[in-house]
Write a protein that binds this ligand. Sequence first.
Ligand SMILES: Cc1ncc(COP(=O)(O)O)c(C=O)c1O
Length: 392
Amino acid sequence: MPKLMRFYAPRSLKIARGEGQYVWDADGRRYLDCHTGHGVAFLGHRNPRVVEEIRRQLDKIMVASPIFDTEIKEEAFKLVEKILPSHLTYLYLLNSGSEAVELALKTARRTTGRSKFISFINGFHGRTMGALAVTWNPRYRQNYDPFPWEVEFLPYDDVESVEHSIDDETAGVIVEPVQGEGGLSKASPEFLKAIRERCDETGAVMIVDEIQSGFGRTGILWAYRRAGIEPDILVAGKSIGGGFPVSLTALREELGEAMKAGAHGSTHGGNPLALAALKGGIRTLLEDQVVEKARAAGEVLRKILEELAAENPRVVRGVRGVGLMAGLELRTNPAPGIQLLQGKGVLALRAGLTVIRLLPPYMITGEDLEFLRAKLDEVLKEVAARRRSGSS
Ligand SMILES: Cc1ncc(COP(=O)(O)O)c(C=O)c1O
């Protein structure tokens, strides 16, 4: 058997099946899933509408290039219209977040004729070469330069540096409204407004990356909307297909118009099964009050995390994130705590160097949240005891 490349530290858990907010291991043990495949299963595992739409499509056709019209394309696009801002009139579907980011960056490069980008410290936008160029983590970038474009990394949420650094040479600015991988920092409305204003003044393209924060996860459909601004390009992925690999790049009319035949493309992008998954995902969002439920659960989660932070000040530095994209910033490496949580039936992941990140699905219940509180509390006490005894 070939060996899987070791890009991620293995978690020593064989997952056998998933349903809603839970997964089960090969021995039948249940886990509350706050990892959700790096935030993908926000609509829950095997979401019934997503499964239904994919099944229905499987019986019709699985392959049709976007050059052909299909019923499922029409159905999915009608639904996408309901969740996108009305000024983003062009859309392209791809398979992963990184690919959606690539198209956004290529559009900014091509339409402005400029090649300098602005991104932010701790920003994460993917690992293909263009997306990696705007991803901050030096560990991911190491030995891959030169990158396709020049990138300046500014401090996140710093209005002054944005006002100073976006200029007539800037092709585009890419920003996460809530930083996912980088540590769950939130952008203030003033910061996003300042980017919008400077992009308007200089002709730079504002790209908002909602691949992790979008589709209701933070308790609002798109997290950038808290700032009352609109981007030129919106990229989304992860949860939009309910677990099926699909991402989207939505563009303002004149940007979409300018990207002509040959400017981009994808063999699998917008495949009929992906469109069916997207249809099922959006149906769920609209028919099952996903955003409202995520907001309510996010508020309870926030309260729990704040209480845990107050009760465990020796190990917890603070609460991070927003809605169901939240976590605890520890005073220590979060990896042992995440492994302990797994042993107690909760899957979580890290963000940045110190954060235990929780990305649960929208249907997480009050009972689940109480379970999560109890397990987190046990883990924090164990981490504190280990620290006292000097074993971690
Ligand atoms: C904000 C953000 N952008 C882009 C990506 C890259 O997405 P993918 O891994 O699907 O290529 C991620 C993945 O974690 C992300 O969180």
